[in-house]
Design a protein around this ligand. Structure first.
Ligand code: UTP
Length: 293
C-alpha cells in the first residue's frame, strides 16, 4: 500500500436544502465565492497538497461540475481572439490531465458516509483525502497540505479540527481527545451531532479528512446514525483504538458555506482579501455601515 495521499474524494451529492431554490438544479458546490465556485477552491487546495487523482461523488447537477472542469473550446477561442489572456490562463489552470478526474454517482443522498463509500472502487487500497467544498478554509498553508504533513510523519488517519462554541456542538461531529501539546491530538472518541449537553468537548470535525481504506469496510455495513443518514463520523469512530487517529487544529479560518450567513461572510472575507476588490469592498461596507444603502 502506498503511503502517499494521491487521491481525493469530493462528495457533492447532498441536497443543499438550505440554499434552495439556488440549489434546485445545481449542486451547492457550484455557488461562487466572489468569482470561483466553491468546488474550485477545494480542488485547488487538494492540488496544493499533492493530490493527483480527483474523484467526485455526484448527485443532481453533475453536468455543471463536469462542464466546469472540462475544456470549452469555443470559450477559449473567443478569449484568445479578444486577447483576454489572463482570463484564458485562469480557465486553463482549472483543467485536469486527461484521466485524472472521475465521477461516480450517488444514486440517493443517504449521507456523507454513503457518498464516500460510493468511491471505494476508485480509491482502492490506499490512503485518501476527503474534502467537503462547503467548508471553505482561508489559510496561508492550505489546510489539506497541513494535514498531509501530519500524515507523512504520523501515519494513520488525520482529521481537521476546530473549536466551536459549546452551544453549537450539536451541529458537528465532536472529538474526544488527549490533552493537546501543540496542534496535533490523539483522537480517543468521535460522536456525530451530540445531543445538547452531551458533547465530550467543543472540538469539532471540519470537512477535511485523510483516511485509510479500512473505513470502507465499516461503511459497507450501511448503518445509519444521526438524522437517519450513513455517517462518516460513525464509521471512523468504530476504527478508533484499532488505528491511530489524529485531530489537527489547523491554522486558518473556516467558513461554513453550507449556511447562508457563513457563505456571505466568506464572500466578504475573500473580496476584502483581494487586491482588485479589497478597496472597493471596504468602501461598500463602510457606506452600508453608515446606513446610506
Ligand atoms: P450537508 O450535511 O451539508 O448536507 O452535507 P447537504 O444536503 O449538502 O445540505 P443541506 O443541509 O441540505 O443544506 C455535507 C457534505 O456532504 C455531501 C454534501 O454534498 C456536502 O458536501 N453529501 C451529503 C453527499 O455527498 N451525499 C449525501 O448523501 C449527503
Amino acid at each position: 500500500m502506498t503511503n502517499r495521499v494521491r487521491k481525493a474524494i469530493f462528495p457533492v451529492g447532498g441536497m443543499g436544502t438550505r440554499f434552495l431554490p439556488a440549489t434546485k438544479a445545481m449542486p451547492k458546490e457550484m455557488l461562487p465565492v466572489v468569482d470561483r465556485p466553491l468546488i474550485q477552491y477545494a480542488v485547488d487546495e487538494a492540488r496544493a497538497a499533492g493530490i493527483e487523482q480527483f474523484i467526485f461523488v455526484t448527485g443532481r447537477g453533475k453536468s455543471a461540475i463536469e462542464d466546469h472542469f472540462d475544456r470549452s473550446v469555443e470559450l477559449e477561442a473567443s478569449l484568445a481572439e479578444k486577447e483576454k489572456f489572463a482570463k484564458l490562463d485562469d480557465i486553463r489552470e482549472s483543467l485536469f490531465e486527461p484521466g485524472n478526474i472521475a465521477y461516480v454517482r450517488q444514486q440517493e443522498p443517504l449521507g456523507l458516509g454513503h457518498a464516500v463509500w460510493c468511491a471505494r472502487h476508485l480509491v482502492g487500497n490506499e490512503p485518501f483525502a476527503v474534502l467537503l467544498a462547503d467548508d471553505l478554509i482561508k489559510a496561508e498553508t492550505p489546510c489539506l497540505r497541513q494535514m498531509v504533513d501530519v500524515f507523512e510523519t504520523e501515519g494513520g488517519n488525520v482529521i481537521a479540527a476546530m473549536e466551536v462554541p459549546y452551544e453549537q456542538t450539536s451541529r458537528y461531529g465532536i472529538i474526544d481527545s488527549d490533552e493537546a501539546d501543540g496542534r496535533v491530538r490523539a483522537v480517543t472518541g468521535l460522536v456525530e451531532k451530540p445531543a445538547r449537553g452531551t458533547a465530550p468537548s467543543n472540538l469539532a470535525v471540519i470537512g477535511r479528512y485523510i483516511l485509510t481504506p479500512t473505513v470502507f469496510d465499516e461503511l459497507e455495513r450501511g448503518e445509519t446514525g444521526a438524522g437517519g443518514e450513513i455517517q462518516l463520523t460513525d464509521a471512523m469512530a468504530r476504527l478508533i483504538g484499532r488505528q491511530p487517529f489524529h485531530g489537527l487544529a489547523f491554522e486558518g479560518r473556516r467558513f461554513d458555506c453550507g449556511d447562508k450567513l457563513g457563505f456571505l461572510e466568506a464572500n466578504l472575507a475573500f473580496a476584502l482579501g483581494r487586491e482588485d476588490l479589497g478597496p472597493g469592498a471596504r468602501e461598500l461596507l463602510a457606506r452600508m455601515g453608515e446606513g446610506s444603502e
